[in-house]
Design a protein around this ligand. Structure first.
Ligand SMILES: Nc1ncnc2c1ncn2[C@@H]1O[C@H](COP(=O)(O)OP(=O)(O)OP(=O)(O)O)[C@@H](O)[C@H]1O
Ligand SMILES: [Mg+2]
Length: 271
């Protein structure tokens, strides 16, 4: 709890978003900048339809007042029509338009995950973080999800994905990086000393996100050390690593859920 509530000051490593230093920002401040994520979304509304699930995310930022809703005013009706249309457009982007009237609980696993992405898109993020979006999927669900991610990216979304399924992640990333060069990033773990490669395009004018030399401890134990990665606007960047190698921690560090350790702090703790 000390870590999450920011008792340790973030003094090591740096996170820049749209060229602005966001190191040490609180999770809600990071979310307000337009960084969406699926790993912390509320569970799907199982008894809502697919379309209703996406509409519900729009309602997180209501435009109608309670009085508008109560009296069913023209403002309310106009907003509702807008939300329905916009939700349907998002379903088309992720490839779920044909199941818009299905109950969420009846969807296959892969479709449910993409519905999570659709709900995140409804909050209009510039950057979407996906924590193991392919976890527990069968090959045809993986295929559907990768196609959806590529399609969504083609509409202008930027993705940072952490995965341990290297083959599929590479496939999602490979199709996205035609415009630019690639670069690697690493995530190391103290005990195993393993290096996890992440790949993605770089040296592009519009660098949406840059993480430099990030180190995170949970109490005394080192979770990630000296991780650097860059996410150009409009790309899909995958960070690939084995279980427990620190993938989720990279995303948590990015959105301010765990503080970064100073170099001094980490060397003292590692003795
Ligand atoms: N809240 C926590 N407190 C203490 N240690 C933690 C905590 N969360 C994660 N860790 C440890 O930090 C390391 C990195 O964990 P992390 O969850 O980032 O890995 P991961 O790559 O996402 O793993 P997985 O593939 O299982 O999702 C692991 O050794 C894990 O045990
Ligand atoms: Mg994880």
């Amino acid at each position: 709890m000390d870590l999450i509530t920011g008792v340790f000051k973030p003094t090591g490593g740096q996170v820049a978003y749209e060229g602005k230093d966001i190191t040490g920002m609180k999770p809600h401040e990071v979310a307000a900048l337009g960084i969406g994520r699926t790993f912390q979304l509320n569970p799907l509304f199982a008894d809502f339809t697919v379309l209703e699930n996406v509409s519900a995310s729009f309602h997180l930022r209501p435009k109608s007042s309670l009085l508008d809703i109560y009296f069913n005013t023209p403002t309310y009706r106009k907003n509702e029509a807008y939300i329905r249309d916009a939700s349907f457009e998002i379903l088309k982007v992720v490839g779920l338009e044909r199941v818009k009237d299905e109950l969420a609980r009846n969807l296959p696993h892969g479709y449910q995950k993409m519905l999570g992405v659709a709900r995140a898109l409804a909050t209009r993020p510039k950057l979407l973080l996906l924590d193991e979006p392919l976890g527990g999927m069968n090959p045809s669900e993986i295929d559907f999800t990768l196609k959806s991610i590529r399609k969504t990216r083609a509409q202008g979304a930027t993705f940072l994905i952490v995965e341990h399924n290297m083959q599929s992640s590479t496939s999602a990333t490979a199709s996205s990086s035609s415009a630019s060069a690639r670069r690697s990033a690493r995530a190391r773990r103290k005990k195993s000393g393993k290096t996890n490669r992440s790949s993605g395009p770089t040296s592009v004018a519009n660098m949406l996100l840059e993480m430099k030399n990030i180190t995170v401890h949970y109490g005394k134990s080192l979770a990630i050390e000296d991780v650097s990665l860059s996410v150009p606007e409009g790309s899909v960047v995958s960070v690939i690593g084995a279980n427990g190698s620190g993938k989720s921690t990279v995303l948590k560090a990015l959105v301010g859920l765990v503080p970064l350790s100073s170099a001094r702090y980490s060397s003292r703790r590692r003795r």
